[in-house]
Design a protein around this ligand. Structure first.
Ligand SMILES: [Zn+2]
Ligand SMILES: [Zn+2]
Length: 333
């Protein structure tokens, strides 16, 4: 089979490797779509955090696939099921796993980072981490399960109150998913501070009420920084109502810092929270929202390329003009 690899030497290549065989408790899956994102670009550039990437790296951490084989002892999901899979594989033994915080498992192991990814003709994964998606869920919504689980994790932590006024900084896929997610939490109004003009329409489709291209002095109950723009963080803290919450989701790169006025944080009783990856419970909630129809993200996939055309896909991810949502690879054959 073919699989997309990188050694972190600024290029990716499609390599011929032997077909994986499902071990006991595993399933063999044929990926249908595999999304690519800025994290993949960092891995290809060799900028991935060494604690979280193993080279040579087999790419593809955002994906949906169909079960085509099962290893010993697997009773579900059945062959033919369409599934998404929890990306961070919990060890099930450490105190983090025991408390349900599997995103912080002491033994970090993640599909597309430390174990083979789904930008490939085939992949094997633990059966117990697979989540079936209903036939009503499009492949385009399902391929966004991983970034959506990341957003779900952040929302579980942020606990937005119904009627909240929400600002999302950034207009990439995570930001757009966060807008849709905010609406499922009954946000009263969602503003997006965008970077690219031409992104307004896709943002409106994702639930954004007002697309801003420059900062205002409005106050918000919840601000989600999804651009990795450290320069916006100081201002964001000043834009929170008392008791408000700032969630840092956009990764600015290794070793970056931002100035914060501590007076405001204390006197305004603010919550500033980070969020890493996604736990098994966030995945369950995310797939529930997709299966219930509350989260239809179909229109967020704006660019599709065959796996063999991965170079064009990576180029689109870097350079395609707005409107741009998720860039996905179509695994054929
Ligand atoms: Zn990603
Ligand atoms: Zn663990």
């Amino acid at each position: 089979m073919k699989a997309l690899f990188t050694s972190g030497d600024k290029k990716a290549e499609l390599l011929e490797v032997s077909d994986p065989i499902p071990a006991s408790g595993e399933i063999l899956v044929k990926p249908i779509l595999a999304g690519i994102c800025g994290t993949d670009l960092e891995i290809i550039a060799g900028d991935g955090d060494p604690a979280f990437v193993k080279y040579p790296s087999s790419l593809g951490h955002e994906w949906v696939g169909e079960v085509i084989g099962v290893g010993a002892g697997v009773t579900s999901p059945a062959i033919g099921s369409r599934i998404v899979v929890t990306g961070i594989i919990p060890c099930q033994n450490c105190f983090e796993c025991e408390n349900g915080d599997t995103n912080r498992c002491l033994t970090y192991d993640e599909i597309g980072f430390t174990r083979p990814g789904a930008a490939a003709d085939l992949i094997t994964v633990p059966a117990w981490l697979a989540h079936e998606v209903k036939s009503s869920v499009t492949n385009e919504t399902a391929v966004l399960a991983e970034p959506t689980a990341v957003v779900t994790q952040a929302f579980i932590k942020a606990k937005p109150k119904p009627g909240a006024k929400v600002l999302i900084i950034g207009d990439g896929t995570i930001a757009l998913i966060a807008a849709t997610m905010a609406k499922t939490y009954s946000a009263k109004v969602v503003h997006m501070l965008g970077l690219k003009s031409g992104q307004e329409e896709i943002a409106a489709g994702a639930g954004v009420d007002f697309f801003l291209t420059s900062a205002t002095s409005d106050k918000y109950d919840l601000i989600i920084e999804a651009a990795g723009a450290t320069s916006r963080i100081e201002a964001a803290v000043r834009q929170l109502v008392r008791g408000g919450t700032l969630v840092l989701l956009g990764y600015p790169g290794f070793g970056k810092s931002a100035a914060i006025l501590i007076d405001d944080v204390i006197n305004n009783d603010l919550n500033i929270i980070g969020s890493f990856g996604s736990s098994l419970s966030a995945w369950k909630k995310c797939v529930e929202l997709m299966n219930s129809g509350a989260l239809d993200l179909t229109n967020l996939v704006t660019h599709k390329f065959a796996l063999a055309d991965f170079e064009a896909a990576l180029d689109a991810l870097k350079n395609a003009p707005a409107p741009r949502g998720k860039v996905a690879l179509v695994v054929e054959g």
